[in-house]
Design a protein around this ligand. Structure first.
Ligand code: GL2
Length: 801
């Protein structure tokens, strides 16, 4: 959009007057933010209405991305960038003595997700709008987002994230789009006048689902899509629906908090209610919208695609069946045909503990009609498959097994597409984890390697590097991340390498200043900034990183004059509140940090900064300043990863196992521009098959490992008598589930390779450049375009800009 500084200032002052009755100079940054947010929303509202109208008039097929998590982070700067008014607004504010960065401080991080899965959903929303693709999100408007993390005596403490407290300028409550969702009670099927069996509900709870819409602004293209988040309310109805205080509380709980588990399934009732709540509300509103257009329900797959992001929304399958059977009165066969065509599913994990299975009794209690439908889907599936392929495979793949509903099975059987999120992950799905399903439906399986929104992860968060790129290769990369490849021509150009290094140095200084100011840790920007930022999980092996740090520390203690590349190890990681082992690792990292950071013998060669409350905004500060990207999960465990992509895009060199998308990063940058170590997936599986891994033997025979592990139990590391023992036991006594000790020496070698490469400035510069130049293929723009073409069968709409 076009906007002048003068016009902006006028608009901004007017907003402040109207909204807060205050002058610019008297307002707080919260008020500046509130006014600016609502002004920006007004700026894009015309495009929003236009896009909406265009979809209706052109009868565009639209896709709906159902996800129980969305993790957009802050939206102000991103909206300004996408509207093309970032510079005008920044200048306008400056002329009123306001720094945009101060205004941004007042925006809470919208954290309705845990980690990679939720952030991926938000990257897809940004990319879909930017590619003019008709894709909308559907999820839950949690009153409380992911907990805020603090450290007290090195332990994680969780605080509530009341992100809505100060109001949210981006959302619009759509009162007239509310729908009712039924839960509980019992069901009887009674014949209607024409003899159809119609469900009658007895004692069901009727909940009111209110949508709050947040708009997804495309990058300089005038497209604005919608992220619809549902909130529960107690319906205002006639007498008879009176709820006691406890009952009201129970209802309100449904959209109160986000479950803080990542890649882990917690079979609690409330979670099942959340899942059904947003699935039912979302599908009802989609079908209502579709029917308003006057089209026949039979044609639904021509106009609507529904995506099941991981298994949490898998009840989309029986819920759409319910709508088609009970409300549209279609036959089972017709309804099933439509449902399978409309639905598609992404699997995001191979971890057994993340695969959702709900006790049948719980499903029947909470959603009795849905349970009936699942039973019927299962019955027909078993009959078909047994007849065509045999009973064994039917029994292994059926939805209801051992009194549990297997959600992944439901999603695969009820949809036309199942994809994994990186090549190796999709291959493992086909060949191992979901092999039986692959035999039944080979045509349904495909891969869609994850991607990231390069606008947020480069243009917004790394303006320094963005400037260098503009100067060197022009600005096309801003619209087409593939154009980053042009940078490769400069791999030997010392001037360009120097400019990239200077941008990194600038970002490192900023981060160092932030770390000093917030956490009083002094770090030198001349040191390697070695970064591991992700959820704390045993399979991600933050512990491997820590063991190496302890080794470096012990080496330096033994020989304080030893020449050692100075390093700062930066961590960001939340642990699920109930995940004790992960919390133990947090405590240990913090205690090692306290020991190392204050030890004069170390002479500053080693520093550890475990930054609390890792979230999207903190990621935006850390990533541009990273030299080394730690992607060290045990091969076969990380489905894809996405921080690996963000870090490479910002010129960090990856130290990685051959896991998830790391393999594709290696292919993109070439072996000489990444450091690979550790077991391969095949080797891991071989250990499983032969059952011959022996961690104690390694501990007993490897003097370095022996010494490092002993430091956890002999008092060398203070204040961890319980935690140190727990770590030690997990590795030695309980045989090191994630092969940390097996990969340790190889990891140490990898770290040595990194240090040596870093000392050769030109060599390092070239590695950084090659990472940036080859990150374009991990753009989420490309990823959503693949989903659009191969899975959803939707097309981009025409845009003017
Ligand atoms: C995850 C995977 O663990 C991660 O490797 C992947 O990049 C993301 C997005 O596809 O999905 N699966 C999962 O349950 N969470 C993830 O981050 N929480």
């Amino acid at each position: 959009m076009s906007l002048t500084v003068t016009q902006f200032k006028k608009d901004f002052k007017k907003r402040l007057h109207e909204k807060y009755a205050i002058e610019v100079e008297d307002a707080s940054n919260v008020e500046w933010y509130g006014a600016l947010g609502s002004l920006v929303k007004a700026y894009y509202s015309k495009s929003l209405r236009k896009t909406h109208k265009q979809y209706i008039e052109e009868e565009t097929k639209q896709a709906y991305y159902f996800s129980i998590e969305f993790l957009p982070g802050k939206m102000l700067k991103s909206n300004l960038l996408n509207l093309g008014i970032l510079d005008v607004v920044r200048d306008g504010l400056k002329s009123m003595s306001i720094e945009l960065e101060d205004v941004m401080e007042a925006e809470p991080d919208m954290a309705l997700g845990n980690g990679g899965l939720g952030r991926l959903a938000s990257c897809f929303m940004d990319s879909a709008a930017s590619c003019a693709l008709p894709v909308h999100g559907n999820g839950i408007r949690y009153d409380y987002g992911l907990f805020k993390q603090r450290f007290v005596d090195g332990y994680q403490v969780e605080l509530p994230d009341s992100w809505l407290q100060g109001g949210n300028p981006w959302e619009v409550r759509r009162e007239n789009k509310a729908v009712e969702v039924r839960m509980g009670g019992t069901i009887a099927l009674v014949p209607d006048n024409s003899g159809n069996l119609i469900p009658r509900y007895y004692n069901a709870k009727v909940l009111r689902a209110i949508p709050y819409d947040t708009h997804m602004v495309g990058y300089e293209n005038g497209v604005v899509n919608n992220l619809r988040l549902w909130s529960v309310e107690i319906p205002v109805t006639e007498e008879g629906n009176y709820l006691t205080l406890e009952e009201r509380q129970e209802v309100e709980n449904i959209t109160a908090v986000l479950y803080p588990d990542d890649s882990n399934y917690d079979g609690r009732q409330l979670r099942l209610k959340q899942e059904y709540f947003f699935v039912s509300a979302g599908l009802q509103s989609i079908v209502n919208y579709y029917l308003r257009s006057g089209q026949a329900i039979e044609e639904l797959p021509e106009k609507v695609a529904v995506h099941i992001n991981d298994t949490h929304p898998a009840m989309c399958v029986p819920e759409l069946m319910r709508i088609l059977l009970d409300e549209a009165h279609l036959s089972w066969e017709k309804a099933w045909n439509i449902t399978v065509k409309v639905m598609s599913y992404t699997n995001h994990t191979l971890m057994a503990e993340a695969l959702e299975k709900w006790p049948t009794q719980m499903v029947e209690e909470i959603v009795p009609r849905i349970y009936q439908i699942i039973q019927e889907i299962d019955r027909r599936f078993v009959a078909d498959v047994s007849e065509q392929v045999g009973c064994d495979i039917a029994n292994r793949t059926r939805i209801i097994q051992n009194d549990h509903v297997h959600m992944a099975h439901l999603a695969i059987i009820g949809s036309h597409s199942t994809n994994g999120v990186a090549k190796i992950h999709s291959d493992l799905l086909k060949n191992v984890v979901l092999h039986d399903f692959y035999l039944l439906y080979p045509e349904r399986f495909n891969n869609k390697t994850n991607g990231i929104a390069e606008r947020r992860w480069l243009q917004l968060s790394n303006e320094e590097l963005s400037g260098v790129l503009d100067e060197t290769i022009g600005k096309t990369w801003r619209k087409d991340p593939g154009a980053l490849k042009l940078l490769e021509a400069y791999r030997k150009d010392k001037k360009v390498l120097k400019k990239i290094a200077q941008a990194k140095q600038h970002n490192k200084k900023n981060l160092a200043a932030f770390i000093k100011q917030e956490y009083d840790i002094e770090v030198s920007s001349d040191a390697i900034f070695d970064v591991q930022i992700k959820r704390l999980h045993a399979y991600k092996r933050q512990l491997l990183n820590l063991l190496h740090i302890v080794k470096l520390y012990l080496d330096l203690k033994e020989n304080p004059d030893r020449h050692e590349q100075a390093r700062v190890f930066i961590f960001g990681a939340k642990a699920a509140p109930s995940y004790d082992y992960a919390k133990t690792i947090i405590k240990c990292i913090n205690e090692v940090a306290a020991m190392v950071n204050h030890d004069p013998d170390i002479k500053g060669k080693l520093k550890i900064a475990f930054l609390p409350n890792y979230n999207v905004s903190l990621a935006e500060k850390i990533i541009p300043a990273a030299d080394v990207s730690e992607q060290i999960s045990l091969a076969s465990k990380e489905a894809s990863g996405t921080s690996n992509m963000k870090l490479m895009l910002n010129g960090a060199v990856t130290l990685a196992t051959l896991d998830g998308a790391n393999i594709e990063i290696k292919d993109a940058v070439g072996e000489e521009n990444i450091v690979i170590f550790g077991l391969t997936t095949e080797e891991v599986y071989q250990y499983y098959r032969n059952n011959n891994y022996n961690a104690r033997e390694i501990y007993e025979n490897d003097p370095t490992i022996h010494r490092v592990l002993n430091a956890f139990i002999d008092g060398t590391i203070p204040n961890i008598s319980r935690e140190g023992q727990e770590i030690f036991d997990s590795l030695v006594k309980y045989n090191d589930e994630y092969f940390t000790l097996r990969d340790f020496n190889d990891y140490v070698k990898g770290q040595e390779t990194i240090a040596a490469a870093y000392q050769d400035t030109e060599r390092w510069g070239e590695m950084c450049l090659m990472n940036i130049a080859n990150a374009g293929r991990f753009s989420a723009d490309q990823t959503v375009e693949r989903y659009a073409e191969d899975i959803w069968h939707i097309e981009a709409v025409a845009t003017e800009e």
